[in-house]
Write a new protein. Structure first.
Lengths: 294, 277
């Protein structure tokens, strides 16, 4: 399979509240994701990184609107489509099957009254029409792939640890072998040791299934472990983008530098430094509204 | 830096052989019970003016340790010595009067502040309970403390939801420190915050430690953070202390397999390595 165009291409995407269309929460964001590569979107809370991810899936809340821009998704069967123009029915066919998402909080994004095996199977039934034994076998193999004993398929979310729940989320998202995986801070709620396992798992799966991955995080430490390309967002705009090596080793924008500076190092050689906004023009240090966090 | 900080050899808080067991329902319909040892013969020593970090993954018993040190949960056995007294044996009234020396900063700044109290009331509540000063003195203390942690006098009239995560954690710190405690137990004070905000809060905690001669028990699962704030470390795993010692020793020569795993799990080692070359 030769990929001539990128798997996903965001072109000049802007997002604003419906009531105040002039207040752009995401302003003119463009980047691309290639198959088999991970693009990390980095920024503080309120920088619009989650909104950007939600807009790809067409999951923006009703108060918000995509005021400009295209989201071009290169589907192998249907060719290049602009996701923003699709109706709800065709979007539903893409969600879960071609593009899947992992959410930040494994506690709140799993249904507490359904067994995890059932929840993993839902999209398989919907999109691939699997039933009965073949469904069970597929669920078992998915659980195994993410490192959970297949016998746990009948467990409920509250019987699993935080790391296991996030693994279930991953199993759900990769069930239909999507072309693109969107991970919105998948490890922020987890312990460091579990985080390392999950990152490794995602990286292996990405390579094995040749998925493109859009990975959202606020931690440059995580970026160093998982990214191929990095996009740095600040207050709704992209301030810097490039390959991981470029951005981490040779950051150009003062915000990227400031953000890199405040990551504590494991050797304790680097003095702790709070985030520095001194480079901002006219010192607009007032933090942006937390509305953007959703 | 932490090496230069004055730490005396006096032990301000000492815990000896703490044991705490939880019973958990298990088996069919939860009819059976299994006992989970959250603390299994844990002993720690906090030196005056120093920071003792307790690290471990979730479920290792580190938060239970924090709560048991402050007697927020009863212990099964063991003693907690503060200023020569065993806290576990004190009755309610005496314990409460001693507690103003032992304060806590909680993990989740969104859940640990009463949403229906104004910030001034939240921070001043401890003064009210311990009947320190009259109303105007209490107000002055609250204002001074809020200013010290980087908030303003006007913030006293606001409610917690009007603040960002980092600011809320500052309120939590002000509430703990307004009583001028000797020991502060910080239970994952920065793990709910963005990396960019973490450094601000850590620096604030360090400055306040120097100014007010505080001793911290710092609970964390993030070894990057611990490296910057702690003098000594206790590594916990499944309710047991598997390793303890000074920060430098443990980071350079971890003895226990579990400590090595924790160190290996630190994200972004590649950044550090790249900038070293």
């Amino acid at each position: 399979m030769t990929v001539t165009t990128a798997l996903l291409q965001l072109e000049h995407v802007s997002i604003a509240p419906r009531k105040t269309p002039s207040r752009l929460l995401v302003n003119d964001v463009s980047f691309t994701i290639e198959a088999g590569k991970t693009t990390c979107v980095v920024g503080e809370s309120g920088s619009g990184k989650s909104l950007t991810a939600l807009s790809v899936m067409g999951l923006l809340s009703k108060q918000l609107q995509l005021s400009a821009g295209k989201v071009l998704f290169n589907d192998t069967e249907a060719g290049v489509q602009d996701l923003t123009l699709l109706d709800a029915e065709s979007l539903r066919k893409i969600r879960g099957a071609k593009i899947a998402m992992i959410f930040q909080e494994p506690m709140t994004s799993l249904n507490p009254v359904l067994a995890v095996g059932y929840q993993i199977g839902e999209s398989l039934t919907t999109h691939l029409g699997l039933k009965g034994d073949s469904l069970k076998i597929k669920i078992a193999s998915l659980l195994e792939m993410v490192g959970i004993p297949p016998s746990r398929a009948n467990s409920y979310p509250d019987e699993l640890s935080g790391g296991q729940r996030q693994r279930v989320m991953i199993a759900m998202s990769i069930a239909c072998e999507p072309r693109l995986l969107i991970a919105d801070e998948p490890t922020t709620a987890l312990d460091v040791t579990v985080q390392a396992q999950i990152l490794k798992l995602l990286d292996t799966l990405k390579t094995r299934m040749n998925m493109g991955m859009l990975f959202i995080t606020h931690d440059f430490g995580v970026v160093a472990d998982i990214a191929d390309n990095v996009v740095v967002m600040f207050r709704g705009e992209i301030v810097e983008s490039g390959t991981k090596e470029q951005v981490l080793n040779n950051p150009q924008h003062p915000y990227t530098k400031a953000l890199l500076e405040c990551v504590p190092d494991a050797d304790g050689k680097k003095p702790l430094k709070p985030i520095d906004y001194a480079w901002l023009p006219e010192n607009q240090v007032a933090p942006q509204s937390e509305l953007v966090m959703l | 830096m932490s090496e230069a900080r004055l730490t005396s050899s006096t032990n301000i808080l000492e815990a000896k052989h703490l044991v705490k067991t939880y019973s958990q329902r298990s088996g069919k319909f939860g009819f059976g019970t299994t006992l989970v040892k959250a603390l299994d013969d844990v002993s720690i020593i906090l030196r005056e003016g120093s920071t003792l970090a307790v690290v471990g993954e979730s479920g290792s018993g580190k938060s239970t340790l924090a709560r048991c040190l402050l007697q927020l949960q009863p212990l099964d056995s063991g003693e907690v010595l503060f200023a020569g007294q065993d806290l576990a044996k004190l009755d309610g009234v005496v314990l409460r009067s001693i507690r103003k020396n032992l304060q806590m900063v909680f993990q989740d700044p969104f859940a640990s502040l009463n949403p229906r109290m104004r910030v001034g009331e939240i921070v001043g509540e401890g003064l009210l309970i311990h009947q320190i000063g009259n109303a105007s003195e209490q107000r002055q203390k609250v204002v001074a403390m809020l200013k010290r942690v980087g908030l303003t006098e006007a913030d006293m009239q606001k409610y917690p939801h009007e603040f960002s995560g980092g600011q809320r954690q500052r309120i939590g710190i002000a509430r703990a420190l307004v009583l001028k405690p000797k020991v502060v137990v910080c239970d994952e004070p920065v793990s709910a915050l963005d990396v960019s905000i973490q450094a601000q809060i850590l620096l604030l905690l360090k400055e306040l430690q120097a100014e007010m001669a505080l001793s911290y028990v710092f609970i964390s699962h993030d070894l990057r953070v611990v490296r910057h704030i702690a003098d000594d470390i206790v590594v916990m795993y499944q309710g047991k202390v598997v390793e303890q010692g000074s920060v430098v020793d443990i980071y350079q020569q971890p003895q226990h397999e579990y400590t090595r795993n924790l160190l290996a799990a630190i994200p972004g080692k590649k950044i550090v390595n790249a900038s070293d070359v």
